[in-house]
Ligand binder design. Structure first.
Ligand code: C5P
Length: 243
C-alpha cells in the first residue's frame, strides 16, 4: 500500500540549482515516487537534472506546460519521451489539434523505440486565473465552465488527464469518467500552513474528490523533518485510498 501511495505523491522541486535539487531527491526518494521539475529548474539545469532524479530511482513530471503550434509541441513531447520522463504537460488552450498531434507523435516514437509512453496531461485554466483574467483575453465564460470544457477536449484528444485544483476534481471526474487522471496541486495536510495557496484541500479530501496524484511542495520542504512530513502525507493518502 505504501508503494501505491508513493506513486501518488509528487514533490515540487521548486529550487533554482542542481545541488539543492539533488539534496531534496536524496532526502525524499524513499517516500516520494515522483519529482516535478518546472520551468525555473529546467531552464537553469536542463536534462541533467532529469537524469539526476532518475539516478536516484525517482520518476520525473516535466512541468513545462507546452503551448505552441501543433508540430512544435509534438516534437517537444517526443524529446520529453527521449528523456524518459514519466509525465509531461501542455496547455489545453493550445487546442485539440495540438494535443492530437502530440499523442500521435509520442505514440509513434514510443512504439518504435520500445519505450514506456509517458502520461500526457494538460493544464485547463491556471488556478491563478480569475473570471477577470479570462475576460481580459476575450473569454466570457465562467472559469468552471472553461475547466470542464477543456478537460473534455483534453480527453477527446487522447490525453491521459489534467492538472487541476482539488476544488475542481469532482466536476472533472463527473465529466470525464473514472479513468481520466487528475493531478492536483494546492494540497495542504492538516499539519501544515496555507502559504500563498488560497483554495486548498487536505490530501485525504483531494483523493476522495477523485484526485489521482498530488503535487506538494512547501508542506514537505518547510517541515522540520521533510521525510517525516512526506511519510505522514503517504499515510493520509493510504487511508483515503482504503476508505
Ligand atoms: O509549495 P506548494 O505545495 O504550494 O507547491 C505546489 C506546486 O504546484 C508549485 O510548484 C506550484 O507552482 C504548482 N502549481 C500550483 N497551482 C497550480 C499549478 C501548479 O500550486 N494551479
Amino acid at each position: 500500500m505504501k508503494q501505491e501511495a508513493r506513486k501518488r505523491l509528487i514533490f515540487a522541486l521548486d529550487v533554482d540549482d542542481f545541488t539543492a535539487a539533488e539534496e531534496w531527491v536524496k532526502k525524499l526518494h524513499e517516500n516520494v515516487g515522483l519529482f516535478k521539475i518546472g520551468k525555473q529548474l529546467f531552464t537553469r539545469c536542463g536534462p541533467e537534472v532529469v537524469r539526476m532524479v532518475q539516478d536516484y530511482g525517482g520518476d520525473v513530471f516535466l512541468d513545462l506546460k507546452y503551448h505552441d503550434i501543433p508540430n512544435t509541441v509534438a516534437k517537444a513531447g517526443v524529446e520529453a519521451c527521449k528523456l524518459g520522463v514519466r509525465i509531461f504537460n501542455v496547455h489545453a488552450l493550445g487546442g485539440e489539434e495540438m494535443m492530437r498531434k502530440t499523442v500521435a507523435e509520442v505514440d509513434a516514437y514510443c512504439a518504435e523505440s520500445g519505450s514506456e509512453r509517458p502520461m500526457l496531461l494538460a493544464v485547463t485554466i491556471l488556478t491563478s486565473s480569475t473570471e477577470q483574467t479570462l475576460r481580459g483575453v476575450g473569454i466570457d465564460r465562467p472559469v468552471e465552465e472553461m475547466v470542464v470544457l477543456l478537460a473534455q477536449l483534453t480527453k477527446a484528444a487522447g490525453f491521459d488527464g489534467v492538472v487541476a485544483s482539488p476544488k475542481e476534481a469532482e466536476m472533472i471526474r463527473a465529466a470525464c469518467g473514472p479513468d481520466f487522471a487528475i493531478i492536483t496541486p494546492g494540497v495542504r495536510p492538516l499539519f501544515s500552513t496555507m502559504d500563498d495557496q488560497k483554495r486548498v484541500t487536505t490530501p485525504a479530501e483531494a483523493i476522495a474528490a477523485g484526485a489521482t496524484a498530488l503535487v506538494i511542495g512547501r508542506p514537505i520542504s518547510a517541515a522540520a523533518d521533510p521525510l517525516e512530513a512526506a511519510g505522514k502525507i503517504l499515510l493520509e493518502i493510504e487511508d483515503a485510498l482504503a476508505s
